[in-house]
Write a new protein. Structure first.
Length: 273
């Protein structure tokens, strides 16, 4: 499925001096006859937060899902180019898909807790990995809930249904479930879009704290959120990555008029640059 294409010395989407956790080189993605991504180059640095911004349908989520091959689940999906995750060719025959998805975790837009207890939701991936020791499960569930800044709120409710938690708590529970299996990268697809302002603030504080240990790639439509939490920002339009730089540079001195128009809300429907 993977085919290496020629890459120029420093294409748009790459910056000098980055230590990338994730890389896309000449990445194109087709859903049947529709091209969703068109020759994207991007490096996502380690232990930093990188935001993907752009209008709906521009390819942000499609790009995100390439890094742990969730697009494999879509019939007629075809990937061209090179995708590397933590130094591995994500689409190589020798790459273990379960191991890739353990190391590159995913948090979706809508919280999707299982109809089980809070503790069992967090322990789900650990059980799949073969961990049976009750002591180890308990310790790792607590550690994941603490990392997701949820432990103090649920420590006395671990046996209660996860469905009884608030939306904000459920989303942090999903982050705890992803963290429990000790990933190195977290992919987040508009994870705060359904949260109230207080829950969104807690989520953003959590993301800032997570970058001390994890590499985070975040899709968001909230420009203020990107400015608050991201170290780097990539602007996409119509399946192409048009600008990538530090978040401060993107939001204060972008190179393209189209980037400025988008982040200030002035972009026309035509999306002209």
């Amino acid at each position: 499925m993977s085919a290496v294409e020629g890459v120029s010395a420093m294409p748009l989407g790459l910056l000098d001096g980055l230590d990338p956790a994730l890389e896309a080189h000449g990445l194109s993605l087709d859903y049947g006859q529709r091209r969703a991504l068109d020759s994207v180059h991007l490096q996502v640095p380690r232990q930093r937060v990188t935001a993907l911004i752009g209008s709906s349908g521009c390819g942000k989520s499609s790009l995100l899902r390439c890094f742990n091959r969730l697009n494999d689940e879509i019939a007629g999906c075809r990937v061209l180019g090179t995708v590397r995750a933590l130094g591995l060719d994500a689409y190589a025959n020798t790459t273990s898909l379960p191991d890739l998805r353990r190391r590159v975790g995913m948090v979706f837009q809508k919280p999707n807790p299982f109809p089980q207890s809070v503790a069992e939701n967090v322990a789900f991936g650990l059980r799949l990995a073969g961990i049976r020791s009750r002591l180890e499960l308990d310790d790792r569930v607590e550690a994941a809930l603490r990392a997701a800044v949820l432990w103090d709120e649920v420590r006395d409710r671990l046996g209660d249904s996860a469905l009884a938690l608030s939306a904000g708590q459920q989303q942090r529970l999903m982050i705890a479930r992803a963290l429990a299996v000790e990933p190195e990268v977290l992919l987040m697809d508009e994870p705060a879009s359904m949260l109230d302002p207080i829950s969104t603030l807690r989520f953003e504080e959590l993301v800032v704290a997570l970058r001390e240990r994890y590499s985070v790639l975040l899709v968001t439509h909230n420009m203020q959120q990107a400015a608050r939490v991201a170290d780097y920002t990539a602007f996409m339009q119509a399946g192409r990555l048009l600008e990538f730089d530090t978040t401060d540079r993107i939001f204060t001195n972008p190179r393209l008029r189209g980037t400025e128009d988008y982040i200030t809300g002035r972009m026309r429907e035509s999306g002209g640059l």
